[in-house]
Ligand binder design. Sequence first.
Ligand code: PGA
Length: 249
Amino acid sequence: MSRRKIVAGNWKMNMTPTQAVELVNTLKPLVANDEVDVVFCVPAINIIPAMEAAKGSNINIGAENMYFEDSGAFTGEISPLMLVDAGVKYVIIGHSERREYFGETDEIVNKKVLKAFAHNLTPIICCGETLTQREQGITIDFVRQQIKIAFQNVTAEQAKASVIAYEPIWAIGTGKVATTEQAQEVCAAIRVCIGEIYDQATADLIRIQYGGSVTADSAADLFSQSDIDGGLVGGASLKPDFGKIVNYK
Ligand code: PGA
């Protein structure tokens, strides 16, 4: 089964609007690659200037988060309608930092996933275990639970179009990249889980990224695993190295 690779940058809380435009302009020629979907998920305030700067290139601008309501008294939140109007297609949902620092539960993640689909946005749904969970040997059980709740009431057609990012928390921003075997094992288990919830066709089509300290050196090995369809990249997405990650072959 050959799935189109998707490499997404997660800028997190970095870059002012001015810096965002500069970074898009710097990376534009470096990330040119027609064989890979390239997404820059940027802070909300940078979406419009980054979108302008990326015009005419292969870069898709995505969001790092959104709320599960269309509008209303939710001070500080960003609605899916705002993202769609700005031209966004991808939105990261349930990143471990949102779960850890902003109290996002699996149930909230599920609401956001359903809302994203209601507006034809493609969610990049994050999952992944802590170091303690890995040491206790419950990684796969834990990630399967995250996936099952995230996909509650999601149709097979929607699931086929979604992206999952497997990001072991102990590998995020730590420089400790999971081994290719560890990453492949969990991504394969996620695909099996999707096959159980839906069917083999859905499991074959859904794209599963690995994330956690991906660098230009580790990308080729990781992305050539049979169940890893690209990466969600934090730190290295802010550097020219991101071009090497997109052009990993
Ligand atoms: P990292 O972040 O590449 O800096 O480890 C990945 C992520 O959190 O998406």
